[in-house]
Write a protein that binds this ligand. Structure first.
Ligand code: ASP
Length: 356
């Protein structure tokens, strides 16, 4: 039975609700505020909602987001760079098994893990990314080394792992990334779709095969930041989609799709159905709309979520060159946190009623 029309309808409804209660503190009133010295936003993946988890599980997730926010904010407050802040925040979340990045990365169709990550420096447009790796403990640090220590942007698979090992990064066995929760999610996904990859088919049918009930695409992590020198940076790290085809690469390591930063406009990290973010070049599109159409980051993000992506596809976080933060999603929820030098400091992963 095709469930896409039903899913579409329920997302259309929940997207409206989400857009009603999500953060929207960007813009208009900003002119009167003092110039932002720093700003930071973090996501812990879209695709599920706090209502689906126990209080304890939500508290654990919120606590991690809070620690991640403190790590990033401490760096920025002390005058550190946005690149350091974004890398360290993502690295912390990679080491937390609650998130689909680093340990806790989801299983692919052959029962292993293939991790993707990228980082971008908005001041120079230098960027680095890694894809399809399964032996490097912290993909985000490898992505940064690709940026700083090679003439390339994207390394994949065995070559990326050889480079990591040569650089002295911590190497692990692929089963280091296993968790009980991701194993169960994979088993549930396989019970539903057999041993086909979740994205083997085309169009609506592909969406049908994405098992939202298992939270199969939640938990990717990302961070965007503006530092006191006015430099923007963005970083994203993921295990991808549960039961993804072996060799599949998502949007997270694709500069312009899942990650983008440019001091002229904004820093963006996305989470959700990677194929959709690649097709719509979402992260770059937000920056391009700001640059060429002179619209606000908020308007450009909303345009992507409402008009380019399908309901239920995912979420986007951004910080613009003035330090305005916007975090939005068209799924049931997105773990997120934000802080800035004007006193904002908040983690948004609580029961929906409490978010009003
Ligand atoms: N965007 C990621 C991917 O498609 C998944 C996610 O954000 O949850 O690989």
């Amino acid at each position: 039975m095709k469930i896409f029309p039903l899913l579409f309808l329920s997302f259309a409804i929940s997207a409206t609700n989400c857009l009603a209660f999500q953060d929207s503190t960007e813009s208009a009133s900003v002119d009167k505020k003092p110039k932002m010295k720093y700003a930071i936003a973090i996501h812990g993946g879209a695709g599920s909602s706090p209502t689906r988890f126990s209080k304890e599980a939500n508290a654990r997730r919120a606590a991690s987001m809070k620690t991640a926010l403190k790590i990033g904010t401490d760096i920025l407050r002390a005058g550190g760079t946005s690149l350091d802040a974004t890398e360290k925040v993502v690295l912390f979340l990679e080491d937390d098994p609650q998130f689909n990045s680093g340990v806790g990365a989801v299983f692919n169709a052959v029962g292993s893990h293939e991790l993707d990550a990228s980082i971008m420096d908005g001041s120079t447009k230098a960027c680095g990314a890694v894809a399809g790796i399964s032996r490097v403990k912290n993909p985000i640090s490898l992505a940064r080394l690709v940026m700083t220590d090679t003439e390339h942007v994207l390394l994949s698979g065995r070559g990326a792992e050889m480079f990591a090992s040569n650089k002295g990064l911590i190497m692990v066995e692929p089963n280091y990334f296993d968790t009980e929760a991701t194993l169960k999610a994979w088993q549930r996904a396989r019970a539903k779709v057999g041993d086909r990859s979740s994205l083997e088919t085309k169009g609506d049918e592909a969406l049908e095969l994405v098992d939202l009930d298992t939270g199969s695409y939640m938990g990717t992590v990302g961070c965007v930041a503006l530092d006191s020198n006015g430099n923007l940076a963005a970083a994203t790290s993921t295990g991808g989609l549960t039961n993804k085809k072996f060799g599949r690469i998502g949007d997270s390591p694709i500069i312009g799709a899942g990650t983008f930063a440019d001091n002229e406009t904004c820093a963006i990290s996305g989470t959700g159905m990677g194929e959709q973010y690649i097709r719509n070049v979402v992260a770059f599109d937000v920056a391009a709309q700001m640059k060429y159409r002179n619209v606000s980051m908020k308007a450009a993000i909303d345009d992507n979520l409402q008009n380019r992506l399908n309901p239920g596809d995912g979420g986007i976080i951004g910080v613009d060159r003035d330090g305005n933060i916007y975090m939005a999603f068209n799924t049931q929820g997105m773990a997120r946190a934000a802080a800035d030098s004007n006193g904002r400091y908040e983690v948004l992963w609580v029961e929906p009623q409490a978010q009003k």
